[in-house]
Design a protein around this ligand. Structure first.
Ligand SMILES: Nc1ncnc2c1ncn2[C@@H]1O[C@H](COP(=O)(O)OP(=O)(O)OP(=O)(O)O)[C@@H](O)[C@H]1O
Ligand SMILES: [Mg+2]
Length: 413
């Protein structure tokens, strides 16, 4: 059987396998010279015993070999040294941007997205960060893997809770990474995900189910909760602090690990939870985040008895170092560490201003990535910031952010 074809981005990361002697890994990062890769080998947390620089062809051969030997790719661990630049750190942001955006526009780094997935054997277990996680059977609703996603070691406890079928609520500011964390665990472990947002028109009927007439017949349509429970999907109840009481009542019934749902409207039919079913909630202003309630207008307070049925984790924005890693990984090989560090500092400063309430708009990782991507295309941070940032916020916020950007980047340098 042929090993799968990888794109350049896909090379980067950790390849792991479990042996009787412990976990063995190979790590692939970008080499110092163009088109080279650095590969390192090690056991568990022991630093590498092999450290080589190879070209793409050589690496491809190694990938085939590791693939045959049972190594499984886990892109999450590569952040430690990914994108480290060996160049002169004093190079000005603008000249660095001019250099990489010329390459970006030139398109010579562009790689094809296609690869033959049919050849990829599906592992029974994957590593999510440092946790070995049993894979599901797959489903049409399995999210797409974001290879640039970074599983911080802070997330290990949450991953264990998911394994142990605990109900997990993630709280934190908008764009901090609550929803994407759950989706990326599910993507790697191949579980289907359903999302239901409570800050909108979601009714108890959408959530639990309803009777309707179809072709002259009255039929029952399951809502997202019984659908997820029966099919073994992961259900994310987004913005749970906006849910109406009847939805919270239905949820309470299934908060115990084996909790069953009684469909009262359907003659008290009992829905048993599939063993793969998992329930998650996200919120911006619950519990420890309640002091920010005024920033999230309309959020309800959740009572403690309800919260006690969840493990509640606070998800903070990534640290500037982590966020710079994510930028490099997402926009590799165009994004360099020098640019990423500066951009991550700008985001951190905007967030500090948001928490001081000098800014009324949050600065999400999503926004930062979008701005950075457009900046690579235009070679102009200000022009890129117009559609990615300034046009989305109030004029006084735009002026405030522009001042932060100018402080970090001298656009005319
Ligand atoms: N650890 C991470 N690694 C890589 N990208 C990340 C990470 N965390 C967040 N992101 C990026 O930030 C984006 C926003 O994250 P997400 O949608 O999960 O935020 P959220 O906390 O659910 O926000 P909201 O409260 O607005 O729903 C993601 O799509 C992803 O691109
Ligand atoms: Mg979300």
């Amino acid at each position: 059987m042929n090993a799968p074809e990888f794109t350049e981005n896909d090379f980067l990361g950790f390849y792991r396998r479990l042996t009787e002697a412990g976990e063995q890994w190979w790590r692939v990062t970008i080499g110092d010279r163009p088109h080279t890769y650095r590969i390192q080998h090690g056991m568990g947390n022991t630093p590498g015993d092999i450290d080589l620089v190879v070209d793409a062809e050589n690496l491809r051969a190694k990938l085939k070999k590791w693939h045959r030997e049972g190594f499984v790719p886990d892109a999450a661990g590569a952040h430690a040294s990914l994108g480290e630049e060996t160049g002169d750190a004093s190079v000005a942001f603008m000249s660095e941007l001019a250099r990489v955006s010329a390459i970006y526009r030139d398109g010579k780094w562009h790689h094809s997205e296609c690869r033959d997935k049919s050849e990829v054997p599906l592992p029974a277990t994957v590593f999510i960060g440092r946790i070995a996680f049993a894979c599901g059977a797959g489903h049409a609703l399995v999210p797409r893997i974001n290879p640039a996603y970074l599983f911080s070691s802070r997330f290990d406890d949450i991953v264990l809770d998911i394994l142990e079928n605990k109900r997990v609520m993630l709280i934190g500011h908008t764009g901090a990474g609550k929803t994407s964390f759950i989706e990326q665990v599910a993507a790697r472990a191949r579980y289907g995900v359903l999302r239901s947002n409570m800050n909108g028109q979601t009714t108890a009927g959408d959530f639990v189910g309803f009777w309707t007439v179809k072709g002259g017949e009255t039929i029952w349509v399951d809502g997202v909760l019984p659908t997820a429970m029966r099919e073994g999907l992961w259900l994310i109840v987004d913005e749970i602090d906006f849910a109406e009481p009847s939805i919270l009542a239905a949820l309470t019934a299934v908060l115990e690990p084996q909790g069953r749902l009684v469909l009262k409207e359907k003659g008290h039919e009992i829905v048993e939870p599939h063993p793969d079913f998992r329930l998650f909630a996200t919120a911006n202003a619950v519990g420890a985040m309640s002091r920010f309630r005024h920033l999230y207008q309309g959020a309800n307070l959740m009572n403690e008895a309800f919260l006690d049925r969840w493990r509640v984790y606070r998800i903070d924005y990534l640290t500037p170092d982590e966020e710079a890693d994510v930028l490099v990984r997402t926009l590799a090989p165009h994004m360099t560490r020098l640019l990423a560090d500066t951009l991550a500092s700008i985001a951190a400063e905007c967030r500090a201003a948001f928490l001081r309430e000098d800014l009324s708009s949050a600065f999400s990782t999503r926004r930062l990535i979008d701005w950075a991507e457009l900046m690579l295309r235009t070679g102009d941070p200000e022009r890129a910031a117009e559609p990615a940032i300034y046009a989305k916020v109030a004029p006084e916020d735009a002026a405030f952010i522009r001042a932060i950007v100018r402080h970090h980047i001298a656009p005319n340098s």
